[in-house]
Structures are given as C-alpha cells and as structure tokens.
Design a protein around this ligand. Structure first.
Ligand SMILES: Cc1ncc(COP(=O)(O)O)c(C=O)c1O
Length: 405
C-alpha cells in the first residue's frame, strides 16, 4: 500500500522550510531528494569501510571491492542486463554518453555515415554526437517531434538508411515528459545494422530499463535522479559491442599488463573504469535502488501519474497558461509558460512561497526553438509529492500571474 506520508518521513529535507514556508519540491527531474537509507548508507561506508577497491589484500579493501561488485550486480538486475560485464560505473549519464561517443565512434563512425538523434534530447544526448560526427566526417540527422510532443515515427524511414550507424533517443524527455514508444525506432535501427543509445536519465525513474528485453544497445543514467548520490552513473552496453570498442580513458584498473612497448587492457567491465571509481557512490546507488524497489516501482508510477493528471488539469485552467508536451504517454513532468510573464519571474515568486520548480531551457534548447520560446517553467514530480503540493503549485502560479500581469 503506497503511503505518501510514510515516504515523506523517509526524506529529511522535506521537513525543512524555505523562505519561512514548508519546502514544496518540484525539481526531482533535475535531482531527486535522498531518503534516510541512502544518507545513512553513505555515512556508514565512510565511517566503517572506506578503502580503495580492487587493489588491496587487506580486509577493508576486500570488503569494499565485494560491496562494489555487489552493487554492479544490483544494477544489473535492476535494469535487466543479462551480464555483469555489461554494467559500467561512470560519473553520470553525461560521462556514459560521452564514453560511447568517443570509444564507439572511433571504431564505427566514418565519412558519409550518419547518426540520428531526436529533437527532444537533452544536450547530453546531442552534443557528444555532434562532436563525434564532426570528428569523423559523419552527418547528424534529427528525428523531429510534433507540437503535442510525440516523436514523428512516420519520418523514421526517410532518416534511417544504410549509412546510419547509431540512433540516440531518450526514454523520457526531461522537458516534454514524453515517453516515446522506442520499439519502432529500435527495429528501424537494427534493420540497417545500426545501434541504439537510449538516454535513461528520466526513464529509469519512471518504469524504464529492461535493457535486454527491450533491445537497447547502450543505456545511460545518473544515480542522483534515482534518489541516489551525485557523481555516480551507469553505462550499460551490449557485451559484444563493448568488447569490440577501443578503450576510452587510460589509467589504473583498466589495464592487464603495462610495458613501455605495449599495454594490454583489462576485460570488461574494468576496461572502461580507469582510475579510482566512485565506489562509495556505487554502493550507495545500490541502496537507492533497494529503496525504490521496496516502495515499488509500479506503486510510485501510479501515484506520480495521478499527480501528473491533477497538475495538468489544474494548471491548464489558468488563463494564458500553455503546457508543452501533451503526449499520450508521459512521465510526471509539466513544462509551461504563461502569457505576459517570464518563466524566471514565475520561478522567483514561487521560490518566495517555498516552491521549487526549474526555469530556463532545461538543457534542451532545440525543444525551446521548436516552440519559439527562450525558456519554460518546469514542475517535475517525485514519489514524495502530494495532491496538496500540486494545489499549492497551482495557487502559487495563479498568484505569480496576478502579480506579473
Ligand atoms: C534526459 C536527460 N539526459 C541527460 C541528463 C544529464 O544528466 P547528468 O547531468 O546527471 O549527467 C539529464 C539531466 O537533467 C536528463 O534529464
């Protein structure tokens, strides 16, 4: 039974005040708050177990190495990868995507090839591909979305061709909330021998993952949006693809033998984990996964979808308010502008009321360009939000509009 009050008690920050008002946090899409289980685990690791992994014969190093590898196994199960070698710890989704954009592209992208990205991607799933395309003389193609926020699947056949090497697409848009049906994209890419990089940053929090079953070739997400710590993220890659790729960063842990004449590399997954990994972050991320799974992904989803419906309905009733992204399947993100107001001013007034939303281009400038705006307000919903908070948000927006117009 999903009990939002019980969940809220697990998140100490929610009890604090901002500007003398109870904090109302609608910025979980940027980073989610942390439950006690995650906070305590992080502290416990530093108090009781800190020691570098993979390198020591001493007790603590062995313990931490075991916990780190157990965390990898935890992530593997959570995202539905078939082998532990396919789960690479990185510093975050951006690092994961850049790793692929360098290492995979070095072996697979050449002049005349093309990479397809969707118009609704976060900059993290655009710019690395733009840079890779420039380095290798390839073309960057864009799969557009329509005004309701649905990807234009009808254009797949004109964009994906025999020279397409990779398609980069999000599981859930951080601006429009759209959770596109990736099946036709994956099928079209695989039909021409291309691979698919799925950005799971928002999706993994809202029913994403299942990488093997869904046929993802690469998958990236960050721990901090999944109620875990910052500085840790995941790259999933299909084993055969990762094995055929050259290493990315060189250094400790990613090698087998080093001589000045020649170096051989460690097998997966360490081949892509050069240097001291964020082992504390990895183990704490596993704790966050335990937490969300104990609450129940399906129950969280149901609660958040109910709040999404309520927020959409309530905000739409405000005169001159426009919601961007009304796709048939959405994660709980509502982006909007209100006629005669600037998003930044709305955000500032809400902040005075203790309500945290995000304003600006949300690292998705092409989405802003699509609608001809420079920025939007964005309320992103987490498992701990309530109906009362949605009402407070709507009343806050009404008040802001009253003051600004
Ligand atoms: C859809 C999406 N992709 C990628 C990122 C980048 O994540 P990070 O900054 O944690 O690397 C974000 C962060 O907001 C996001 O929402």
């Amino acid at each position: 039974m999903f009990d939002v009050d019980k969940i809220r008690a697990d998140f100490p920050i929610l009890a604090r005040k901002v500007n003398n008002r109870p904090l109302v946090y609608f910025d979980s899409g940027a980073t989610a708050q942390k439950p006690w289980a995650v906070i305590r685990r992080s502290e416990e690791l530093m108090v009781e177990y800190n020691a570098n992994i993979h390198r020591g014969v001493h007790h603590l190093s062995g313990r931490m190495t075991d916990m780190y590898e157990a965390a990898r196994e935890r992530v593997r199960r959570f995202i539905g990868a078939s082998q532990r070698e396919e789960v690479i710890f990185t510093s975050g989704a951006t690092a994961s995507i850049n790793l692929v954009a360098y290492a995979w592209s070095a072996a697979n992208l050449g002049p005349g090839d093309n990479v397809v990205v969707s118009e609704m991607e976060h900059h993290s799933n655009i710019v690395p591909w733009q840079m890779a395309a420039m380095r290798h003389g390839a073309e960057l193609r864009v799969l557009p979305f329509d005004d309701s926020g649905e990807l234009r699947m009808d254009m797949l056949s004109s964009l994906i061709d025999s020279r397409t090497r990779l398609v980069a697409v999000t599981e859930a848009s951080n601006t429009l909330g759209t959770t596109p049906d990736l099946r036709p994209i994956i099928d079209a890419a695989h039909a021409v021998g291309a691979v698919v990089m799925v950005d799971g940053c928002q999706g993994v929090v809202h029913g994403g993952g299942n990488v093997a079953e869904r046929g993802y070739d690469f998958y990236a997400f960050s721990g901090h949006k999944l109620y875990g710590p910052t500085g840790i993220g995941i790259l999933y890659g299909r084993r055969d693809i990762l094995e055929a790729m050259p290493p990315f960063m060189g250094g400790g842990d990613m090698v087998d033998r080093v001589t000045f004449a020649k170096t051989t590399y460690a097998p997966l997954p360490l081949k892509y984990e050069a240097g001291t990994s964020n082992f504390l972050g990895a183990v704490t991320l596993a704790e966050a996964i335990d937490y969300v799974e104990a609450v129940g992904m399906a129950a969280i989803e149901q609660h958040e979808q109910e709040l999404l419906r309520l927020a959409t309905e309530r905000l739409m009733a405000i005169d001159g308010l426009r919601i961007y992204g009304q796709a048939s399947s959405k994660c709980p993100i509502v982006s909007f502008t209100v006629d005669g107001t600037h998003p930044y001013d709305v955000g500032m007034i809400l902040d005075k009321l203790g309500i945290a939303i995000r304003t600006g281009h949300h690292c998705a400038e092409p989405v802003m360009t699509h609608y001809g705006v420079t920025g939007m307000c964005r309320a992103s919903i987490g498992m701990y939000n309530t109906r009362e908070e949605v009402e407070a948000l709507a009343q806050g927006v009404e008040r802001a509009v009253g003051m600004l117009r």
